[in-house]
Design a protein around this ligand. Structure first.
Ligand code: ADP
Length: 156
């Protein structure tokens, strides 16, 4: 039954880590900080259908801020502002978690309600330097809910 599947899904949160449910780096839709928000660009961003979009500088792994699609509501597309102008205005905090964080812990974090998306990072060993954190995905509350109810949520 569906209830049985949900209980199993919830129990499995104890064994699984963020790695299991995240959207992988290759599939992240992000935008460069210098991107000009002209009408065409705004349309393209809206058409992607995401609520939160990482903003990177130089390398897509170097995420520096977040664009919330709702930030674009008051934008005058004729002004041709850059993504970073908007990002600096709203200054949404970029939350980061490690790829081996248990899903249960991630869910507890999201339930506190301060944020509903986190960038997922892993620690990469270096030859002669300190290890560095590398972006490898992103995770949202919806990814964990899908894990619990064990099916893909079809967004309208
Ligand atoms: P949205 O409201 O943007 O659809 P959700 O939190 O409902 O975001 O998540 C839906 C799915 O989309 C999840 O699998 C999540 O990991 C993924 N997702 C969210 N934002 C992005 C993004 N910017 N790029 C790629 N995938 C994303």
């Amino acid at each position: 039954s569906d209830e049985f599947k949900m209980v199993l899904g919830a129990l499995e949160l104890y064994d699984k880590t963020v790695a299991h449910s995240m959207t992988r780096f290759e599939d992240i839709f992000s935008v460069p900080s210098y991107l000009e928000l002209n009408p065409t660009m705004v349309t393209q961003i809206l058409e992607m259908g995401y609520t939160r979009i990482p903003i990177y500088e130089g390398d897509p792994k170097n995420v520096v801020s977040l664009l919330f699609v709702k930030d674009l509501a008051l934008l005058d597309p004729q002004e041709n502002l850059k993504v970073m102008n908007i990002a600096n205005l709203y200054n949404h905090e970029v939350r980061r978690v490690l790829i081996d964080m248990p899903l249960r812990t991630m869910l507890e974090e999201f339930k506190r309600g301060e944020y509903h998306m986190a960038l997922v990072e892993k620690l990469v060993e270096q030859e002669d330097r300190d290890p560095v954190y590398e972006l490898c995905g992103l995770i949202t509350l919806e990814d964990i809910i899908e894990e619990i109810i064990q099916c893909e949520i079809i967004d309208e």
